[in-house]
Design a protein around this ligand. Structure first.
Ligand SMILES: [Fe+2]
Length: 282
């Protein structure tokens, strides 16, 4: 199947929503639900493991075909279904990401990578105590405290939504003092920059589970000169310890660190929500 038509809607500068990429989204939803329920990583996508306090997720690893020899037709059918939703989703992402980069004139680094998609399911009614009206706190996917360190850096964030049989669950942006919300439609893809100031949160999900697919465009970064000479001066072991301490403190101070499975305790400290809900000053 190839995608030749789609719709793009700009909900804020550099935040685009793509729709009409997956006419068979209902089937994709059925296959994904089935995979989450009992596939246990046997077929194509990896096991749906615990995703912090949020729900479950199947990470970026896919299986090759070597394990299919001698398997039952039922097994092969399950493999086919998982591979079907994977291929359709990757294809839709490729179309949307290419359009996003071109249309927004995104300056791409010389080397960049499309990370494999990760399939996620949010449980309904995740409780946060005082922050209970958000399922995920405001954050940017690029963690600024790590900006000088070598490593893969997040450049573009893409989220595809699979279903809408739940209440709430809007993605809420807070960018340069502006607020924008989008209520996910099945098969739609939201694309935006991973770096601040593109802070975003997920509103509380009620009366059903929310399935989505996350994908990131990343690029390798060699580290700043200063960071590398610090590493040389302190020695790699001592420097690694110092950096660990600094990053732990940064995570306490700044809540913009959530982009994947994290420990529960890391969420309980967050107070940005309170700050964001203060009366508007502009
Ligand atoms: Fe995020």
């Amino acid at each position: 199947m190839t995608i030749d038509t789609f719709t793009r809607k700009t909900i804020y500068p550099n935040i685009d929503v793509y729709t009409n990429l997956l006419p068979d989204i209902g089937m994709i939803y059925e296959y994904m639900k089935e995979s989450e329920e009992d596939a246990k990583g046997q077929y194509f996508v990896s096991d749906w493991s615990k995703w912090s306090i949020f729900g479950t997720y199947s990470s970026y690893e896919m299986r090759d075909e070597n394990h299919l020899t001698g398997k039952s037709s039922e097994f092969l059918e399950r493999y086919r279904r998982e591979k079907y939703f994977y291929d359709r989703i990757v294809e839709a992402y490729d179309v949307a990401v290419a359009d996003y980069i071109e249309k927004n004139n995104i300056e791409m680094p010389p080397v960049w990578t499309k990370v494999n998609p990760s399939f996620c399911k949010y449980h309904s009614e995740i409780e946060y105590g005082q922050e209970a009206d958000l399922t995920m706190q405001y954050h940017s996917d690029y963690f600024e405290a790590e900006s000088e360190m070598p490593g893969n850096k997040f450049l573009i964030t893409c989220t595809m939504y699979i279903n809408d049989d739940y209440d709430g669950g809007e993605i809420a942006f807070y960018v340069n003092g502006d607020r924008v919300e989008y209520k996910p439609e099945p098969g739609s893809i939201v694309i935006f920059p991973s770096k601040p100031p593109y802070y975003h949160a997920v509103k509380k999900i009620k009366n059903g589970n929310k399935f989505l697919v996350r994908k990131f465009i990343t690029y390798p970064f060699a580290g700043t000169q200063e960071w590398l000479s610090n590493q040389m001066n302190h020695g790699p072991i001592r420097w690694a310890e110092m950096e660990k301490t600094r990053l732990e403190k940064a995570k306490d101070d700044m809540p913009d660190v959530i982009f994947g499975p994290r420990e529960e305790k890391e969420y309980s400290r967050m107070d940005i929500h309170e700050k964001l809900n203060a009366p508007e000053t502009k």
